[in-house]
Every structure is written in C-alpha cells, then in structure tokens.
Design a protein. Structure first.
Lengths: 412, 124
C-alpha cells in the first residue's frame, strides 16, 4: 500500500509528487505519455518561472527543475501508464492501470489528480461550413511545430486571441509560413498583454478584433473561411461577410479542465470553473482525493498552477496523518463581477490564511476585492488593476469566516 | 542627418493593465500613455533597445523527437531576430544533447549563443 498515487506527470503532478516525497511519503507518479513534463515540453518559449524562481525560462527548462526533484526525492515513476479506473474501497483506493506490461493494480491511501485540461474543439463552438482537413487546435499545432518540425500549412487563419493562439502565431511567423491572420470576437486580444506585444505586435502579424470565422470552406482540404464582423455582444453583423483564402484554420478557443475522470469517482464539479469543487487544500468532495493545477481551473501562469501543488501536498499530509478535521464546510462563491472562485469551500481551522483564486468579470483600475457575507464586508483587499484575462489571488484570513455558512468574493 | 524623431507604439507588459505606450525616440526616449513610473521605465528601455529571447528548434538525429528546442542564451535585439532564425535554419545536431549545451556559438552576428533547452537522449 502506497501513501499517495499522483496521476499526471505535468508540472503540477511533478511538483505534488516531489513535495510529498520530500515529506517522507511513499509516492507513485503515473504518466500516460513516455516522458515527464506534460505540455511544457512543447512550450519552448520563455516566460515560465518568473513568479516562483524570479527568472524567465522556457517550458522544458521549467519542467526539468521538477523532473529532477521527483528523481531526487525517490518518487516511483511509471511512464506509459494509463489509469483505467480508480475505485474507493473502505479507507483506500484501488487503481487499475494499463501499461506496456499489461494491466497492473495499485493500492494507495490517497490519490492526487493532476491531469490538466484539454482544448475546446471545433465541435464546441458554433462554426459553420464543411469539415475538410486542415483544421487544428492551437496546442496541436504547437506540438507539430516544436516537436516534429511540421508546419500545418502556408496560409493560416487563427481564431481566438488568447495566449496559446498568440504564442503559436509567433512560432509560425518565425518558422516561415506565408501568411497569418488572427481574428477574435473581443475588442482586444484576450490573452496577456505580454503575449500581445511579444508575439503579435513585435512582428506586425495582421489581426482583426470583433471578427469571427463564420464558416470553413473547402471540400477535402481547407480552401478558405468566411469571416464576419461581430458587435459588442459577439452577434454577427449582416453585410460584413468576407471570403478569405487560407489552407489551414487554427482554433484557440479556450481550455477546459479535464474533470470527467473525477466525476466518475463521484466528485462534484463546479459549473463555473468546470473543475472539481475543492476545499482550501484542494481536496475534492471525495475524501482523500485531491486535485491540482489546471484541472482545478485554468491558470494563466504555470507558476500559479504549481502553487496549488504545494498547498495540496500539505492537505495530503494532513489527510494521511488524520489531522484534517473537516467541520467548517463554509462555502466560498463568486459574487459581484466575479466569474470563478477556488477553493469553493473552507473546511479546516488550522492555518491563519488560505489562498483564494478568482477570475474577475470586469476590467477595472484599483478595484476593491471584498469578502462579503450578506451585507457585511468581512475583509477588503485592493488590486492594482484587474481584467478578465488575468486570474487573481488573494490571501484570506480564516478567522473572519468562522460562523459563516457562505461568503462571496465581490469586485467593485 | 534627419532630425525627425522615431516614433513607435508598444504595449507595456509590466502589469495586467497593458497600457499602450507611445515612444518618441531621440537622444532620450519620451514615453506617453503610461500611467505610472514603472511604465515610463519600461517604455524607455523598449525605446532604447527592445530585446527578446528567441525560441526555435533544430533538427536532431537519433533522438526521441525529430526536433530539439533551443533558444538564445540571452535576449537579443528585436531587429536581429531574422538574422538569428536565418543562421539556425538547416542546423542538424546529433543526440545525445544536454540541457544548456551550446548549439551555435555566435548566432546571427549577435555574439550570443544558441543553447539547448532540454536533454535529448540517444535512441538506439
């Protein structure tokens, strides 16, 4: 019987496994791919590590720090291990994996899910026309270009002005595609200003705000798209249709926590984040099952995703040592001008403070961020500037929550 | 000699606000559009010499992947990026490669090396 099984060898899984190894627990790390590092291995641009390490490194370099740590801390690593099922039995978990050796069963006292997120695809957005070859998600293109050296096409339309789309646009520009056009329904790029400047504006890559791909044209291969302008509510404006020739369409239309596996296990899912409902140590609604990183919600920075690993490791330790009294159950919810909040509940009285992450719904300078119960403001924070593309973190005092049933985070 | 000012627009990247900065570049850099001192300092640096790390890949033989991710060891002038990409093109290396290994000593006349971003083991 192991103490912990960590599922997923990306940055959050690596950080959780190494931290628990360091704390002296018997940890197995399961990774379905044949190498560790997860998505970071294809994120070859710099900008990782600025929050945690105070220096800007590439994805593979950031991953390498935590790959070294899991090795140093004696974590048992299983590659090419796909988790078929996790079942809770009594006080422990039976984990069935499929590996090159066949089916292997593992037993552990606790489980940490670190299986990240997936990209939204063409079938999840309203996009008309035919279904020829030449339609990709941005992450797939990043993988093709950076690991295989394959360009998706010569004349590329990118739909979506988020971070992944912008970063991919830069790779394609530098690797020498013929033309790129980025279109998105917002007024301005929805990703980080850093990426707008360094990926798009630096190279004068053409972009059109308030524009979407209405339909994809082409029989066997993409021949073009029909573009249409949209208003402030993203409604298409008649008469602005335009045919535009291209040989590939790249979709960068959002990421979604990959929470189906947790749902199978009985964990409750938050409809705002699409991730599991968690407490302040990122324990799901199933006792002994934790979740970390982009599975909880989409983080803008890997540094923040990895922070959840250290917090969850503390939670796992308390669970294993049976120090995790869970008598509070105070609900934390998104209030005015807030789209998502994690954690969704506060369980334990230990520690003075906890980290709350929220995504604002509005853009505002020097807003007040308030922890509110009914008409009472329990605690007030101030931020320099908030915008929906930036996930925010505040450190909330626990004692102000005692005796409350549910509290809200408001931005005003 | 022209005494016309060079003017450029850039987006401040120092906080989530992302102010649009207008840079007027002469002997000194005049920054407009910023709303704080941090933005002014950033604009001045961008006006003097915008610098970037350049990430790309090179072909690698006998390795797990067909491409090895590499980058300039330090940031280089934005206007040298084309030269850097040109001198990386066609480079082929052989596994094994270690993270940090120098792939090109002086890339595109910048006197900055291109380094490997990760280990890549030899396969077979």
């Amino acid at each position: 019987m192991k103490d912990v099984v960590v599922i997923g060898g990306g940055p959050s899984g690596l950080a959780t496994a190494s931290e628990l190894g360091k704390r002296g627990y018997q940890v197995i790390l399961l990774e379905r791919n044949d190498e560790l590092g997860g998505l970071l291995q294809q994120c070859i641009h710099d900008g990782f590590g600025t929050i945690l390490f105070g220096e800007s490194m590439s994805g593979p370099e950031f991953a390498d720090i935590f790959i070294s740590r899991v090795r140093d801390e004696g974590v048992e690593i299983k590659l090419k291990a796909y988790v078929k099922s996790v079942k809770k039995k009594g006080g422990h978990f039976n984990i069935t994996t499929v590996t090159p050796k066949g089916i292997e069963e593992l037993k552990s006292k606790s489980v940490v899910y670190a299986i990240g997120c997936r990209e939204r695809n063409q079938f999840e957005i309203k996009i008309g026309g035919t279904r020829p070859s030449g339609i990709y998600t941005a992450g797939t293109v990043q993988r093709l270009v950076n690991l295989y050296g394959i360009l998706p096409g010569k004349d590329v339309v990118i739909l979506g002005g988020g971070d992944v789309g912008m970063i991919v646009a830069r790779h394609l520009f530098l690797e020498g595609v013929n033309s790129i056009l980025m279109v998105y329904p917002e007024e301005f790029f929805s990703g980080l200003p850093r990426n707008a400047q360094q990926c798009i504006l630096d190279f004068d890559i053409p972009y059109r705000p308030r524009t979407i791909v209405r339909s994809i044209l082409g029989d066997k291969k993409v021949k073009g798209v029909e573009l249409i302008e949209v208003d402030e509510d993203w409604q298409p404006i008649k008469g602005t249709e335009e045919r535009y020739s291209c040989d590939s369409v790249i979709l960068s239309v959002g990421l979604i926590p990959y929470s189906e596996k947790l749902e199978d296990l009985g964990a409750k899912i938050d409809e705002n984040t699409s991730g599991p409902m968690v407490n302040e140590y990122f324990e799901t609604t199933v006792d002994g099952v934790f979740s970390v990183g982009n599975l909880i919600q989409i983080f803008d920075y890997v540094d923040d995703a990895v922070k959840t690993s250290f917090i969850a490791a503390e939670g796992v330790e308390r669970y294993l040592e049976k120090e995790d009294e869970k008598n509070l159950g105070i609900k934390l919810k998104p209030g005015d001008n807030v789209r998502t909040v994690t954690p969704q509940r506060i369980d334990q009285t230990t520690d003075e403070k906890f980290s709350a992450f929220f995504r604002p719904e509005i853009e505002k300078e020097n807003p007040k961020v308030e922890i509110v119960s009914g008409d009472d403001v329990l605690e007030r924070h101030v931020k320099r500037y908030v915008r929906p593309s930036m996930l925010e973190e505040i450190s909330v005092s626990k004692d102000i929550l005692l005796g409350e049933n549910e509290v809200f985070i408001d931005v005003r | 000699m022209s005494d016309e000012l060079e003017e450029r627009e850039t987006l401040c990247i120092r906080c989530p606000k992302g102010c649009r900065l207008a840079l007027k570049i002469d002997e000194e850099v005049i920054v407009e559009g910023n709303q704080c001192k941090i933005g002014e300092d950033y604009g001045k640096q961008e006006g003097r010499e915008p610098k970037r790390i350049v990430p790309t890949t090179v072909k690698i033989k006998d390795a797990k992947w067909p491409r090895l991710p590499v980058r300039t060891e330090e940031s280089i002038s934005l206007d040298k990026i084309k030269d850097v990409m040109g001198s990386v093109e066609g480079v082929v290396v052989e596994a094994p490669i270690e993270k940090g290994e120098i792939i090109i000593k002086d890339v595109g006349g910048t006197s900055v090396p291109i380094i490997a971003e990760r280990d890549m083991e030899k396969i077979r």
